[in-house]
Design a protein around this ligand. Structure first.
Ligand SMILES: *[C@@H]1O[C@H](CO)[C@@H](O)[C@H](O)[C@H]1NC(C)=O
Ligand SMILES: *[C@@H]1O[C@H](CO)[C@@H](O)[C@H](O)[C@H]1NC(C)=O
Ligand SMILES: *[C@@H]1O[C@H](CO)[C@@H](O)[C@H](O)[C@H]1NC(C)=O
Length: 406
């Protein structure tokens, strides 16, 4: 691969911003990879400095709270409301349970089948966090759990850029000097696309990640970059490098942006640019191969991501299913996560209800429908991940209470 990660460090932020911020530009084919890298790198800094925990927590307050069934309580309370009754909606915990039952899988389901943790070769929990999924919240939790379980909760060095895509030599060096360079049990967190430790001939860590509804992620990013405190913080951090955008831009409405086909809100299939709004959640799970992972909403990227999740991730959770995610983390990675639920709710309580409210109008049905049409694979991947999470959870519950198999 001809990527040149180091060079990106030297690129002046403003140059990159001007070139890629809010419009698509034509570029010669051969520089696609470099452009991709730079664009990702430079835009990542935008959200890195949400320093206050309160705002972090608020930010991820999610609307979709599915009913978590205690003891598989079959409450019939569905997330999306559709598909109730007629057939099993495997996008809900309840539906997944019904589906596993009706297909006879429930009888044979075990946690061992779904547990990748024992395959790790080092005592490192590797969290290659995805943008706008509430990873800051997870990092806070890891700090607390590190004290409780005697592991070191580490993260990358915060800087102007984030290197999300790496060429092999860079990746190998990164793994050796940072990820697995720790003598005691530890966690390591960074925004980076999935690294294949086999390909790099390095020992596998315990992989985890978090995802979020792809459409909610886009809305969240859209208003996040327009929030006044966001600019205030960036200005404080980076001074003159931060150029204030126009009032028109700041006041843009996401629904209108989509309906009017504003270039910022067009999601063309298979395109290779437009990295600034982090539309590709799949990239983080797909990996470093740009030809496969960069085309937007591609089938191949989705399939690669599914395979990596299945084979290499111990847990991919979501704050949209907070309790299920925490239970699965506790159950499948107890060395790092036992007691996570208690710690999480204690942390939340200690912070109280102080919120920083970002103005965020709701997404119109029309805009949602338009987005759904162009984010099909992103959505399918997200649903696949939730289905897997539910399955892991159900397997835990079955082992606690074998009667549920009947
Ligand atoms: C999640 O767990 C907490 C603490 O156990 C509980 O208070 C809360 O009601 C649960 N939330 C849901 C949606 O089940
Ligand atoms: C591991 O990290 C330390 C600093 O924390 C550094 O001095 C050392 O060179 C690193 N080891 C390797 C193998 O890179
Ligand atoms: C959806 O994708 C198609 C095909 O690439 C594209 O022509 C269209 O503009 C996209 N629509 C939106 C709203 O992104």
């Amino acid at each position: 691969m001809s990527l040149n990660a180091e060079r990106s460090y030297k690129m002046k932020l403003r140059d990159v911003e001007n070139a890629f911020k809010y419009r698509r530009i034509p570029y010669p084919k051969r520089s696609v990879e470099l452009i991709a890298l730079l664009a990702i790198s430079c835009t990542f800094f935008l959200f890195m400095h949400t320093n206050k925990l309160n705002s972090r927590l608020k930010e991820m307050e999610v609307k979709l709270q599915p009913s978590e069934f205690s003891a598989l309580g079959l409450t019939g309370n569905h997330i999306s409301g559709h598909d109730a009754g007629e057939h099993d909606d495997i996008n809900t915990l309840h539906g997944t349970f019904q589906y596993l039952k009706s297909t006879g899988q429930l009888r044979h389901l075990t946690t061992a089948q779904l547990n990748n943790t024992p395959r790790a070769q080092v005592d490192t929990l590797f969290f290659n966090r995805i943008t706008k999924t509430g990873s800051e919240k997870m990092m806070e939790l890891l700090k607390i759990l590190g004290k409780r379980h005697n592991f070191e909760a580490r993260r990358d060095v915060e800087g102007f850029y984030e290197v999300v895509i790496m060429h092999d030599a860079y990746a190998k060096n990164f793994i050796r000097t940072e990820v697995i360079n720790c003598t005691k049990a530890n966690s390591y967190t960074k925004h980076v696309a999935f690294l294949d430790f086999d390909l790099l001939d390095e020992p596998w860590p315990i992989y985890i990640n978090m995802v979020r509804d792809p459409i909610e992620r886009l809305v969240s990013w859209f208003y996040y970059v327009r929030a006044p405190w966001h600019f205030a913080e960036r200005k404080e951090m980076f001074g003159d490098a931060i150029v204030l955008p126009s009032i028109d831009w700041l006041k843009k409405d996401f629904n209108r942006c989509i309906e009017e086909r504003d270039p910022e809100c067009v999601y063309e299939q298979m395109e290779m640019g437009n990295l600034g709004d982090h539309r590709r959640q799949s990239l983080y799970l797909c990996g470093q191969n740009m030809a496969v992972c960069m085309p937007f909403n591609s089938h191949e990227a989705m399939q690669r991501a599914k395979k990596n999740v299945e084979e290499h991730y111990a847990v991919v959770g979501t704050w949209e299913d907070t309790n299920i995610t925490l239970s699965v983390l506790e159950g499948y990675i107890p060395r790092f996560f036992s007691g996570a639920k208690d710690e999480y709710y204690a942390l939340k309580k200690s912070l109280g209800n102080v919120n920083r409210n970002t103005y965020r109008p709701s997404l119109s049905d029309k805009a949602r429908a338009v987005l759904s049409q162009n984010l099909t694979r992103e959505i399918e991947l997200y649903q696949f991940i939730r289905h897997r999470l539910y399955k892991q959870y159900i397997a835990l519950k079955l082992e606690e209470d074998p009667k549920l198999r009947d």
